[in-house]
Design a protein around this ligand. Structure first.
Ligand SMILES: Cc1cc2nc3c(=O)[nH]c(=O)nc-3n(C[C@H](O)[C@H](O)[C@H](O)COP(=O)(O)O)c2cc1C
Length: 156
């Protein structure tokens, strides 16, 4: 199955998990960039507000056409118990091109379950697999086992 892994990462955690997944499956990778500044405390506040209001943003131009892939793996940080605004925008703009989807997220402590439900609804597709990684998982290195299980589910 030819796969595309797409992620947004504000502070690097989702990027780290995305890179580990892409090392285990041969896939193309697309990092999404927002045109809106989201760094610092002001960026944090704006991001939380945007996520709560389910707002969209303007993304920088993407490189890969999701239409060309059997599976699109989408990764997001949890913002206010939901998907990040850049990922909401990406899905809204490209969902009609997705054949199959899988989701992963990183979070402080919780929100993944609700986020995945919302992503499924927005994509109008049941994910082949989901992966939720929180701060504790990373500290205890449990996340490596979780990534392994997620990759096996996708491959099976
Ligand atoms: C605006 C904002 C809202 C957040 N809301 C939540 C939340 O509801 N639940 C949670 O567990 N973590 C929350 N977090 C923490 C991030 O999900 C977590 O740090 C994530 O791993 C960051 O990923 P990144 O480094 O790829 O940006 C929030 C972070 C931001 C910036």
């Amino acid at each position: 199955m030819n796969s595309l892994l797409v992620y947004y990462s504000r502070t690097g955690k989702t990027k780290k998990v995305g890179n580990l997944i892409s090392e285990k499956i041969s896939c193309d990778v697309e990092e999404i960039f927002d045109t809106k500044k989201r760094s610092g405390i002001l960026g944090f506040i704006k991001s939380g507000r945007d996520a709560m209001r389910k707002k969209l943003t303007i993304l920088k131009e993407i490189d890969k056409n999701p239409d060309l892939y059997d599976l699109v793996i989408i990764g997001t940080p949890i913002w206010a118990s939901n998907m990040s605004t850049p990922i909401r925008t990406y899905i809204s703009e490209h969902k009609d091109k997705f054949k199959n989807v899988a989701f992963f997220c990183t979070e402080g402590s919780k929100g993944g379950v609700k986020c995945f439900k919302n992503m499924e609804k927005l994509c109008n597709k049941k994910p082949m697999a989901t992966l939720e990684i929180n701060k504790k998982d990373i500290k205890k290195e449990i996340y490596l086992d979780k990534i392994k299980d997620f990759v096996e589910e996708i491959k099976s």
